[in-house]
Design a protein around this ligand. Structure first.
Ligand SMILES: CC(C)(COP(=O)(O)OP(=O)(O)OC[C@H]1O[C@@H](n2cnc3c(N)ncnc32)[C@H](O)[C@@H]1OP(=O)(O)O)[C@@H](O)C(=O)NCCC(=O)NCCS
Length: 160
C-alpha cells in the first residue's frame, strides 16, 4: 500500500473510473449515473479533505483499490473504508489490505475501528466478518454497522 498524495491521486482516480461505480468509491454526489466531471472533481476533494490517511492498494505498480482510516468521534476510534476495482475482487486483496490498515491503526494508538455497509453488500459483510468484526444490522434499513477491537499498540505501521 502507498499513501495517497497529490502525485498518486490522478492514478487512483483513473483506477476508480475504470473499475468501480462511483457509489462504491466515494460519498454520493447528485447527478446522472457514472463518473461525471462533478464526481471526478469530488473524488479528489474527498481524498484531500477527509481527515486521516488514505492508501492506494497496489499489486506491483498497478493500483487496484484504495482504503482509508478516518478519525471517528469516539476517543481511540477510526472509521475504515475500502474499495477494489472489479477485476481485483474475489482474490483476497481486501483482507490483506485491511490487515495492513489494522496494523497502521494500532501503530496510531487506535483501539476500535468502525465500518458502515449494507446487508445487500455480501462481499463487504463477508470481509468484515473475516476480520472478526462485530456486526449489527438495522432490520428496517439493512444498514450494517461493524465494530472491530484492535487491541494493543504495535511498533510498526505502513511505510515504517
Ligand atoms: C468490499 C470489497 C472491498 C471486498 O473485496 P472482495 O475482493 O470482493 O472480497 P473477498 O473476495 O476478498 O472476500 C472477502 C470475504 O467475503 C466473502 N465474500 C465475498 N463475496 C461474497 C458474497 N457474494 N457472498 C458471501 N460472502 C462473500 C469471501 O468469501 C471472503 O470471506 P473468507 O475470507 O472467509 O473466504 C469489494 O467487494 C469492493 O470493493 N466492493 C465495492 C466497495 C465496497 O462495497 N466497499 C465496502 C465498504 S465497507
Amino acid at each position: 500500500m502507498r499513501q495517497i498524495d497529490e502525485e498518486l491521486l490522478p492514478r487512483v482516480l483513473e483506477a476508480a473510473v475504470s473499475g468501480t461505480d462511483p457509489a462504491e468509491a466515494m460519498p454520493p454526489v447528485p447527478g446522472p449515473p457514472g463518473w461525471t466531471p462533478e464526481r471526478r472533481a469530488a473524488f479528489g476533494d474527498f481524498h484531500r479533505r477527509t481527515a486521516g490517511p488514505s492508501y492506494a492498494i497496489m499489486t506491483g505498480e498497478e493500483i487496484i483499490g484504495a482504503t482509508r482510516l478516518t478519525p471517528a468521534e469516539a476517543p481511540g476510534a477510526a472509521e475504515i473504508g475500502i474499495w477494489l476495482t472489479r477485476q481485483a475482487r474475489g482474490k483476497g486483496h481486501s483482507v490483506a489490505a485491511l490487515h495492513q490498515l489494522i496494523e497502521e491503526a494500532r501503530a496510531q494508538g487506535k483501539t476500535a475501528l468502525i465500518a458502515e455497509t449494507n446487508a445487500a453488500n455480501p462481499a463487504a459483510v463477508g470481509l468484515l466478518r473475516t476480520l472478526g468484526a462485530k456486526l449489527w444490522e438495522d432490520p428496517d434499513t439493512g444498514a450494517v454497522h461493524a465494530t472491530l477491537r484492535v487491541g494493543d499498540s504495535v511498533e510498526h505501521g505502513i511505510g515504517r
